[in-house]
Structure formats: C-alpha cells, structure tokens
Ligand binder design. Structure first.
Ligand SMILES: [Zn+2]
Length: 268
C-alpha cells in the first residue's frame, strides 16, 4: 500500500517507519528497498483485504494521476460493516479500481456490487496476446456516434473475463510503456468497454488518459455509462427510421417488394 497511518496521519512509507493499517489497524512496516518502489506491508505478511493485489509501478503511476486525498480510501458498507480500500474514491463518490492480475468473474462482480458506482482500469499488457488481439479485432468495430464504436464480437477485442462486467472497463494497452517500441495513437488511448449491449452489440469508446482523469472529477456518475448507452440506442433507432423513410421515398415499390419477399420467405 502507498499509505498507512503514522501517529494518526496518512503517511507514505519511509525507511524505519512503523505505521498502522488503515483497514485493520495492525502494524505496518515501511518497505524501502531498491528492488520495489516504497510501500507499506503488514508485519504479519498477510493482507487483511483479500481484494488487494500487490502494487506495481503501473498501479502507482495511475494512482498518482489523481489528488492524494482520493487515493486509497476506505469504503465501508453501512449495513454489513464490510470494508475495503478503494484505489481511488473521488469526492463525488466514484470508485476507480486499477487491476493488473487476472480476476475471477465472481470476484469482479462482488467488487462491482460492493462499490456500485465504479469503473475499472485494466492493464491490457498482462498477456502478450492482449494488444495484438485488440488491433486485429479493431477492424471489425463499426463507428456509430462520433467517438463510439459498436462491436458484435467484443471477445475478438478484449479478454473474455471482462465481458460480463456491469460497469465501464477501461483497457490500458500501454502498460508501463515500452521505451523500445514507439507508441502509436491507438495504443496510447484508453479503450472503454461499456456494460450492457445496444442492439446486441457492445459499445466501445476511445478516451485519452487526461480525459478519464477529468471526467472522474466532473461526471462522477459511472462516467455517464448509462446516459451514453441510451443516447447511442436512440441514435441507432433514428438512423434506422430515417434509412427506412429514405428508402420509402426513393423506392416506394422496392420496399413493398422486399416486404413481400420477406413474407414469402417466411412461408417456406
Ligand atoms: Zn490491514
């Protein structure tokens, strides 16, 4: 963890310091070696939060994009008393979880259920095949409202374990950045897979890192996921109606011909 309580104050790890875990109050030891970035670890070596994964440079870099008073915030269920430390919790109440390891679908859903108003940012460089799969799948995306795409086969773009998420999932295919490989624009954007489906297709959008940070503070309600999906569904419906209207005006006979053919087809 980046923070522990030292004399009642949230503090970063420093050589020789001892602190208390903000969740379970047990003793935390500051780890300030050369191999890993400075962090706090439970003296007992067992983390009290089963949802906590070992922090990497990638996690830390993401957390540091947000104000310090939003980082590592305890979220408590008032009814059950269950407590977890969210990577980011904004003053507007949005939780952002950064996930590098693979996650079981059951744990993914229980975390979504616990935090409710949350989004994921997922390290899309965990497996070698993740980014090449996205590049290959990208050609099958269909542009809809500006900046948004529809995907009939989201499993061709994203790891299947994330497809059933009930909240927006932002894939970061850049990871920690590879100094050898020049970064392309597609790779430096975040790609958001929205929950639910519109017209049977998944909705995908490209967002810059800066935009995500800004959106988190200005539009905290699931980063407008539901609003976006409703808008896109309406757009598709209008588009379809206007295409049918256009066809009716241009080829009044063609449409009746098509309808007749469809009816005949159904009879066979
Ligand atoms: Zn603890």
């Amino acid at each position: 963890m980046k923070f522990a309580q030292v004399n009642g104050v949230k503090a970063e790890a420093q050589q020789g310091l001892r602190g208390a875990c903000e969740v379970c109050q047990s003793v935390m030891i500051a780890k300030c070696g050369n191999e890993r970035m400075k962090h706090w670890a439970h003296k007992s070596k067992i983390s009290c939060d089963p949802w906590w994964e070992n922090e990497t440079e990638w996690h830390r870099a993401w957390k540091n994009r947000f104000p310090e008073n939003w980082q590592e915030i305890i979220h408590k269920d008032p009814t059950t008393g269950e407590m977890h430390k969210a990577d980011i919790k904004t003053t507007g109440g949005l939780v952002i979880e950064f996930q590098r390891s693979a996650i079981e679908p059951a744990e993914m859903l229980s975390r979504e259920h616990f935090y409710k108003n949350m989004v994921w940012v997922v390290d899309g460089t965990r497996l070698m095949r993740d980014y090449p799969r996205f590049c290959k799948g990208f050609s099958s995306l269909r542009q809809t409202v500006k900046g948004f795409f529809l995907s009939s086969f989201p499993d061709e773009c994203f790891p299947s374990s994330w497809l059933a998420s009930s909240v927006p999932v932002y894939f970061d295919f850049q990871g920690n950045g590879d100094p050898v490989q020049p970064q392309d624009a597609r790779r430096s954007a975040l790609w958001c897979l929205f929950p639910n489906r519109v017209d049977g297709a998944a909705v995908v959008a490209g967002v810059s890192r800066e935009a995500l940070v800004k959106l988190a503070s200005t539009d905290p309600d699931l980063l407008f996921a539901h609003g976006n999906l409703t808008y896109i569904a309406e757009y598709i419906r209008l588009q379809r109606e206007s295409a049918a209207d256009h066809a009716r005006k241009q080829h009044p006979d063609l449409l009746s011909l098509l309808n007749a053919r469809r009816l005949r087809g159904r009879r066979h």
